[in-house]
Write a protein that binds this ligand. Structure first.
Ligand code: FAD
Length: 343
C-alpha cells in the first residue's frame, strides 16, 4: 500500500459532536482542520446510537434529534471547509525531530500536525453482544445493536432485551409503530432514568408493552430472517415468543483502542486534562468531550462544546506563536462575520 503524507495545522481525532464543534471554534481563529473517524459518517454517538431520538439539553435548542444536531453542526462548520477522512482508525502517534506530531492511520496515511485534538468519545465503541448461538447470522437483518432507520420496524414483532436507558428509550419510541413490542430483562429493576422507567411501567400496565423477566437463549429463523426466540423465564422454564426484530441493548464496550498506547496520562481509560486549556500530559495534544476526565466532569455534549472553545485558544498559541488573540463576538466582529461568510 502506498504511504501518503498530509500536512495540517490541527488534526482532530473523532468526528462526534464535540470534534465537529471544534472545527468551528478553531476555524474562527483561522486554524484549518483535518478530521479522522473510524465510522463512515460524522456524528459519533449521536449519528450511530440515537439519530432519531430527541435531545433536550442543547442550549438554546429546546428539542433536536441526534441526526438533526449533526446536520446542524455540519452546516455551522461549512465555512471552514474541514477535510474529513472517514472509515480509518488512528493507530500511532509520535513526535518527529522537527517537534511536529506524526499520526498514522490503518490506511497507511501519515498526518503531520502542530496540534492534535483527541475527541474520540468512548474510543472505538462496540456493542456488547449477548451470548446467543449463531446470533451473527441474523445481525443487520433481524438483529440490530443500534437503530439507523426506525421505519424498517413498522408493524413488526419486536423484542428489546436490556434494562438500561437505550432499551427503555427505544421501547418507548418504537411501541406505537410495532405490531407487538416485548421488553425482556433479567431483573425487575431497570437501570435507566426514572422518567423513562415510570413511562415504561405505565405502558406495561396499559398492556401496550409486554414485559418478560428472563434471558434470551435461542433464535429460530432462516437465512438471517428471525421468526421467533426462545427465552428462559423467571421459573427457569423455556418459552417461545414470536419475534421478527431483536434489539439487544447490553451497553457498549468502551474500547479505548490505540489511544491507550499513546503515553498520555490516563485515569480509568479516560485522558486526564486540565480545565484551563483541556491539554493532556503532552504539550500540543488536547482531549475534549467524553474521552477526557477532570474533577466534576459531566459527559454532556454542552460540556464538550465549552471544552472545545477553551482548547482552541491554547491551540492557537502552538500554531501561531507570534500572534495574539483578540477576544471577539460573532455578533459584532466584522472579521469573524467575514470568516463565516455572512458579510
Ligand atoms: P462521540 O460522540 O463518542 O464521538 C467520538 C468519535 O471518535 C466516534 O465517532 C468514534 O468513532 C471516533 N473515534 C474513537 N477512537 C478513534 C480512533 N482511534 N480513530 C478514529 N476515530 C476514533 N448527551 C447530552 O448532552 N444530551 C443527551 O440527551 C444525550 N443523550 C444520549 C443518549 C444516548 C442513548 C447516548 C448513548 C448518549 C447520549 N448523550 C447525551 C451523550 C452524548 O452523545 C455524548 O456526550 C457525546 O456524543 C460525546 O461526544 P464526543 O464527540 O466527545 O464523542
Amino acid at each position: 500500500m502506498n504511504t501518503k503524507n498530509i500536512e495540517t495545522d490541527c488534526l482532530i481525532i473523532g468526528a462526534g459532536p464535540v470534534g465537529l464543534f471544534s472545527v468551528f471554534e478553531l476555524g474562527l481563529l483561522d486554524i484549518k482542520c483535518n478530521v479522522i473517524d473510524i465510522l463512515d459518517k460524522p456524528g459519533g454517538q449521536c449519528a450511530e446510537l440515537y439519530p432519531d431520538k430527541p435531545i433536550y439539553d442543547i442550549p438554546g435548542i429546546p428539542e433536536i434529534s441526534g441526526d438533526g444536531l449533526v446536520q446542524a453542526l455540519l452546516r455551522q462548520i461549512k465555512p471552514f471547509n474541514p477535510s474529513f477522512h472517514l472509515s480509518r482508525i488512528v493507530t500511532e502517534l509520535k513526535k518527529n525531530d522537527q517537534n511536529l506530531w506524526e499520526v498514522k492511520t490503518d490506511l497507511n496515511e501519515t498526518f503531520i500536525t502542530k496540534v492534535i485534538v483527541i475527541a474520540a468519545g468512548g474510543g472505538s465503541f462496540q456493542p456488547k453482544k449477548p451470548p446467543i448461538a449463531d446470533i451473527e447470522k441474523y445481525e443487520e437483518k433481524s438483529v440490530f445493536y443500534s437503530i439507523r432507520d426506525k421505519k424498517n420496524f413498522n408493524d413488526k414483532d419486536i423484542v428489546i432485551v436490556g434494562g438500561g436507558d437505550s432499551a427503555l428509550d427505544w421501547a418507548l419510541d418504537l411501541h406505537e409503530q410495532a405490531n407487538s413490542l416485548t421488553l425482556i430483562h433479567r431483573r425487575k429493576e431497570f437501570r435507566a432514568s426514572p422518567d423513562s422507567v415510570n413511562k415504561v411501567f405505565d405502558l406495561i400496565d396499559k398492556g401496550l408493552i409486554s414485559f418478560e423477566l428472563g434471558q434470551v437463549k435461542d433464535l429460530i429463523g432462516n437465512d438471517g430472517v428471525l421468526e421467533s426466540i426462545i427465552f428462559k423465564n423467571k421459573d427457569d422454564g423455556e418459552e417461545k415468543l414470536k419475534c421478527e426484530i431483536l434489539l439487544p441493548f447490553f451497553g457498549l464496550t468502551m474500547k479505548l483502542g490505540p489511544v491507550a498506547d499513546w503515553g498520555l496520562n490516563l485515569n480509568e481509560n479516560l485522558i486526564e486534562v486540565d480545565t484551563e486549556k483541556f491539554e493532556t500530559s503532552e504539550k500540543g495534544i488536547f482531549a475534549i468531550g467524553d474521552i477526557n476526565t477532570y474533577p466534576g466532569k459531566l459527559k454532556l455534549i454542552l460540556c464538550g462544546f465549552h471544552e472545545a472553545a477553551l482548547m482552541s485558544q491554547k491551540a492557537h498559541n502552538y500554531i501561531f506563536p507570534d500572534k495574539k488573540i483578540t477576544f471577539q463576538y460573532t455578533t459584532s466582529s466584522t472579521s469573524l462575520r467575514k470568516k463565516l461568510g455572512v458579510i
